[in-house]
Design a protein around this ligand. Structure first.
Ligand SMILES: *[C@@H]1O[C@H](CO)[C@@H](O)[C@H](O)[C@H]1NC(C)=O
Ligand SMILES: *[C@@H]1O[C@H](CO)[C@@H](O)[C@H](O)[C@H]1NC(C)=O
Ligand SMILES: *[C@@H]1O[C@H](CO)[C@@H](O)[C@H](O)[C@H]1NC(C)=O
Ligand SMILES: *[C@@H]1O[C@H](CO)[C@@H](O)[C@H](O)[C@H]1NC(C)=O
Ligand SMILES: *[C@@H]1O[C@H](CO)[C@@H](O)[C@H](O)[C@H]1NC(C)=O
Ligand SMILES: *[C@@H]1O[C@H](CO)[C@@H](O)[C@H](O)[C@H]1NC(C)=O
Ligand SMILES: *[C@@H]1O[C@H](CO)[C@@H](O)[C@H](O)[C@H]1NC(C)=O
Length: 282
């Protein structure tokens, strides 16, 4: 159906340039809170009734944005509209030689999934077998093993190579994960230089292994608020025509989504849609 084609797909770089240079443009819906601390809250994210799209309800606490009403408390600190991604903090699973268990779970909520491209399951420890169990449409899993019998067998080069640190890919489209350890491996034999093991899902480009992370509880102390994880999001699955209609924004201008040139930002408030994602611009 030609009439329900998704809107124009603009060159992402052009769009980005326009959004950046147009400092006056509103990213939030009219009459909605626009910033939280030094962060901008772009629609579909929003605070309070009528300001967000279902699933993108956030709150602002201590100048930080949190997913509101989600069963895992997720702090958001970077939102990319064009990429459809959000950088959040997630918790580290840890287990010391004198403990059992140790797990960390994440429920991303509807419309969000853990980016398989950007993130890796990473474990830090010297006799450590970490697992990630998760769901996409299937029950899936991943795991990695790291071993270093003594301090000299720890990789000092910053690489995550299996000697004090290991990494593995995770399945796409996970909206639930639970990171655990295999109790058959623990830190009791290596507790002299590595009392604890850690595992987490974090951005691969962010993480760099340091041998000192094996000492005491240094790693957990350094990242007590969590580690950065990139989530992908989509603002619903409807075609944009449908989505725009459903939002019933009176100021929406039809001409913002037709034609073959970049719309000017002279509209008072218009929605654009790129790859089925909605953008508010002004
Ligand atoms: C935003 O604020 C946080 C702390 O509130 C700070 O760590 C960060 O550097 C600030 N970012 C920018 C771009 O100013
Ligand atoms: C905000 O800061 C207060 C005081 O430091 C603290 O008690 C509270 O837990 C913080 N809230 C969040 C969500 O971090
Ligand atoms: C939280 O979500 C539940 C179920 O999704 C809903 O019934 C409830 O109204 C929500 N609470 C708030 C404060 O949004
Ligand atoms: C947000 O993400 C962009 C793109 O990855 C990056 O350039 C920017 O530094 C990030 N900002 C923060 C506060 O992490
Ligand atoms: C286990 O040992 C670690 C590191 O020495 C310590 O921080 C932690 O409190 C201990 N935990 C228990 C349950 O004794
Ligand atoms: C996770 O995704 C699956 C498959 O798409 C879905 O059935 C399930 O309800 C989702 N779980 C949550 C918590 O959103
Ligand atoms: C995660 O796995 C651990 C160990 O199997 C289990 O005890 C815990 O209940 C799981 N957490 C969730 C939220 O499923």
């Amino acid at each position: 159906m030609a009439g329900t084609l998704p809107c124009l797909i603009f060159a992402a770089t052009l769009m980005l340039a326009s959004i950046k240079s147009s400092t006056a443009s509103r990213m939030a819906k009219p009459r909605c809170q626009e910033t939280c601390g030094n962060l901008t809250i772009p629609y579909p994210f929003g605070i309070g009734e009528g300001c967000f799209r279902e699933g993108f309800d956030v709150s602002c606490e201590n100048n930080s944005i949190y997913r509101h009403n989600s069963s895992s408390r997720i702090k958001i600190y970077n939102i990319s509209l064009l990429g459809g991604q959000a950088r959040v903090t997630t918790l580290i699973a840890s287990k010391c030689f004198n403990e059992t268990g140790g797990w960390a779970w994440l429920n991303t909520g509807k419309f969000f999934t853990i980016s398989t491209k950007a993130n890796k399951l990473t474990a830090v420890g010297c006799n450590t077998l970490a697992f990630l169990g998760g769901f996409n449409e299937h029950r899936v899993g991943a795991g990695c093993f790291s071993m270093c019998a003594d301090r000299r067998s720890v990789d000092e080069s910053g690489q995550c190579s299996g000697m004090g640190c290991c990494q593995t890919s995770i399945a796409p489209n996970l909206n639930f994960s639970n990171i655990t350890f295999d109790d058959r491996f623990d830190n009791s034999e290596v507790s002299g230089f590595n009392p604890c093991s850690y595992a987490f899902v974090a951005e691969q480009d962010w993480f760099r292994f340091e041998a000192s992370y094996l000492e005491d509880n240094k790693f957990k102390e350094k990242f007590k608020d969590g580690v950065p994880t990139l989530l992908d999001w989509v603002a619903g699955n409807e075609y944009c025509d449908e989505a725009v209609k459903n939002m019933a924004i009176p100021t929406w201008k039809k001409d913002a989504k037709v034609g073959n040139s970049l719309p000017s930002f002279g509209f008072t408030s218009s929605y654009l849609c790129i790859n089925l994602k909605l953008f508010l611009c002004s």
